[in-house]
Design a protein around this ligand. Sequence first.
Ligand SMILES: C[S@@+](CC[C@H](N)C(=O)[O-])C[C@H]1O[C@@H](n2cnc3c(N)ncnc32)[C@H](O)[C@@H]1O
Length: 531
Amino acid sequence: MSSSKSHRKKRCKSSKSSRRDSSMGLMENDTLPIVKYDIKTSKAMGRYMVSKKDIRPGEIIVSEEPLVVGPCSNCKVQCLGCYQNLEHQETIFRCPNCMWPLCSIKCPGLKTTYGHTEIECTILQECQSGKLLNYENLQELRMHYQTIVPLRCLILKTTDPSGYATLLDMESHNEIRKKIPDLWKSNQEKVVDRIVKQWQLTEFSEQEIHTICGILEVNSFEIGQQGVSIRGIYPTSFLLSHDCVPNTNHTDEEETFKLTIRASIHIPAGYPITLSYAYTLQGTQKRREHLLENKFFECKCRRCTDPTELGTFTGALICPKCENGLVLCDNPLDFDSKWSCRKKGTCPGYSISASSMTLLLDKIAQEAEDIDGNDIPAMESFLQKYRNVLHPTHYLCLGVKVSLSQMYGRISGHLIHALQENHLLRKKEICQEILKVFDVIEPGYTRIRGVTLYELHAPIMLLLSRRMENGDDLQKNEVKATLKDVIRYLVEASVILSYEPPHSPEGIMGKAAKDALNQIKDWEKIVGKLK
Ligand SMILES: C[S@@+](CC[C@H](N)C(=O)[O-])C[C@H]1O[C@@H](n2cnc3c(N)ncnc32)[C@H](O)[C@@H]1O
């Protein structure tokens, strides 16, 4: 939450809002809606969702429209109607009424439920908030956006009282947040004071606004397609609990912002239905830190408890003393725990404090972040430089490898048909290596697996075609076996990516996977039936 896309939930109290009922509208065979979960409560987690029955991979669990949508709190200046980025002063049009930024007078999001509504425009105009926007300084202007989603939540009180009640029923962690002075003060200054003191909207109490801030922090989903920075709050989906190896994934629709949560693996009846509120391709310390600071709980899931992160070694370093032992955290549930080499006996002994480890990783992370996303040689140099420091599947290597898996074959100078054999083999090797990790931490029908399976098919096909063209001595059975592997990858990729919005890069890739499958049929003329 703010389950990011990397990272986010339905309740069956039918007495609640009509919106909630709409999320139960999963009609099977045009019959009654089927609710696939129960809501349970535990001391540690509060309310959480469990499956009512066995749920198949790919099955929809919740599909629902948002209560509220709007800019993320750290967004750049964007159109209040359609959320398109407005990074340059000359592209900004000012709403003639409220004076807030829009893309144009014809913005498709004007006067729409999840865009710039008439009521919002009137409130912003009447309180003269537009006069406080400094169009000469976009950095300053963007700070005002933090107030938009809280305001939209408060507007629900008048426009949709039952939706507002649903919202207020969500966890705000006020008691914990009050004790974090920086956080409380920041909300006070950037949201509460702006609404109450600057805009003089005195019908809302300070406590109510703080509660809304907390509810948004704890329960909202990062949504939107490429390049937009928006969040949505949903009447039911918020009930999914967190797990660092989630069993669901979610997509949101471009125009309606409808959120659909699907099982990514088989979920047996009675099991918690989970998603990851943290970025799964991070190490345990980073994920736990994020969860504690933003969601206010300490994760104790299976992955967090295991120093090897379920055998993926996504947090492991290579011992600088014995040079082949692995350095793992002694107690991953303790932020202050030291790390030590596990090669007992042959290693003279090595350990490093938690704070030194953080410094080291932050430094390397910064280096990885500074690499231009299109610079394949720089990414390869990074991996080479840290090959004796980081485990090959350490999260910092993994991030770079994910980029490489997609860049080889896609960027100028490295387009797929121009790739030399060594680069095709490298792309294949990277895809296979990262897939092994995703099979554990992002298992099943997940976006990252779909994309990587698609990426993997390309070098294999090209290597095979080139060998055929070269007249290499290939056995029919060998060709058939390779093609069968490729078909497996493409079938799975096309199923997974068919859940993505059709115009998103992943949706387009899903269509390409289907096309590639059709093309493989041509190979049957050469090698005979493949099924
Ligand atoms: C989005 S809310 C989930 C619904 C919430 N449990 C409720 O009753 O409203 C997120 C909050 O649920 C709790 N939570 C979710 N997953 C958890 C987990 N794995 N361990 C502990 N607490 C968890 C935390 O308090 C977290 O801040």
